[in-house]
Ligand binder design. Structure first.
Ligand SMILES: [Fe+2]
Length: 369
């Protein structure tokens, strides 16, 4: 058994102002989404860096489901504008953080990036990373994964490496309070799915299970508040903590069949990752039910619910207005066989509690359609 904690995590309202003071760097690249820049968050981060004596240039073009071409653009930007950067600061949702990770890898490796798919595949140490998440969701601020899209192959893949885990993460509800409602919903359901899949993973341990179950409790308690707009800073702070704990848990355990199935939905139809996992989660749970009853009881207890776990999750998503079927998300039924082939490539299947063939994946897609 092994348990790795690499990230210093600072939590609290206004803590983003302390970024510069906590960085031993002289020069940095900031990677952010355009929407994050528009709401003033990037200005606040730059001001903190300036106060701490860190010179920064900003690449504010992060987009949802980052593509290989965007990584190339960001790497070029770094080489032209900040070739001596000591590290990269990601400000945004999971997509911005994943983009920053890929740029950190390509700053010191020759690629091609797609050849680094999988675990620990690139040779050289990437640039150090810091993350300020503006959504409570992906856990990318503490995770070893970066999810990237290859549009030519309509394929999403993962880089997985301890070397791209950020060294510092600042969880600030002031920053996360700027995200719109749909983003909060998708991010929150992604975090819930991380916690559930981590608790079910074959690699779940006495170290990770408490993190996953506590994440489920916090997310169940706070998700509706932050999505339906009755949020307070306290609620958002606990959502950020829940998503972060789920990230710590799945960083050790990996995920499972739901995340494997979700990749092609985003790669082929541009469906937001959180919406994809949320629609698939009840069907993945139905598939795993015959081998997971003890773990299902623990998850139900963390949710404070009784009954059948897939149905409990389904009604939670329904109450929040999340789409429940793949067809509502725009998936084309004729692509299901190829989607099943692509999903079968995912490393997450190795830790899924029930063994899973391509035919099984296809059957789950059909049930979820
Ligand atoms: Fe996810």
């Amino acid at each position: 058994m092994e348990f790795l904690l690499k990230t210093r995590v600072i939590v609290g309202a206004g803590k983003h102002e302390e970024l510069g003071a906590n960085l031993p760097w002289r020069r940095a690249l900031v990677v952010a989404g355009a929407n994050v820049q528009a709401c003033g968050t990037v200005d606040a981060v730059e001001a903190s860096l300036k106060k701490g004596g860190v010179a920064a240039v900003t690449f504010a073009q992060a987009a949802a489901e980052p593509e290989l071409g965007l990584v190339e653009q960001g790497t070029e930007f770094l080489k032209e504008n900040a070739p001596d950067a000591d590290g990269i600061i990601a400000v945004g949702g999971g997509s911005a953080i994943d983009l920053a990770k890929a740029i950190a890898v390509m700053a010191t490796n020759n690629g091609p990036l797609a050849s680094y798919e999988g675990a620990e595949r690139f040779p050289n140490q990437p640039l150090p990373l810091v993350a300020l998440p503006t959504t409570a969701g992906t856990g990318s601020e503490v995770s070893p994964s970066s999810v990237l899209t290859d549009p030519a192959r309509r394929y999403k893949f993962l880089l997985w490496s301890k070397r791209i885990i950020p060294s510092l993460a600042i969880l600030d509800p002031v920053l996360a309070g700027t995200a719109p409602r749909g983003v909060r919903l998708n991010a929150g359901l992604d975090a819930l799915t991380h916690a559930v899949e981590s608790a079910l993973s074959l690699e779940s341990t006495v170290y990770t299970e408490p993190l996953a179950l506590q994440a489920i409790k916090l997310i169940k308690h706070r998700l509706a508040q932050v999505v339906l707009g009755q949020d307070s800073r306290q609620a958002m702070e606990e959502m950020l903590a829940g998503a972060n704990l789920a990230g710590l848990a799945f960083s050790q355990t990996r995920l499972g069949v739901v995340h494997a199935l979700a990749l092609p939905l985003s790669a082929r139809f541009g469906i937001p990752h959180g919406a994809a996992v949320a629609a698939l989660l009840p069907y993945g749970l139905e598939f795993n039910a015959s081998v997971s009853s003890d773990q299902y009881d623990k998850i139900l207890s963390a949710l404070g619910s009784r009954g059948e776990l897939p149905e409990v999750i389904r009604s939670l998503a329904r109450e929040l207005g999340a789409p429940l079927k793949m067809r509502e998300l725009g998936v084309a039924a004729e692509e299901i066989p190829q989607m099943a082939e692509d999903a079968a490539q995912s490393g997450h299947l190795a830790v899924n509690r029930r063994r899973c063939t391509v035919a099984d994946l296809e059957a789950i897609y059909k049930a979820a359609f």
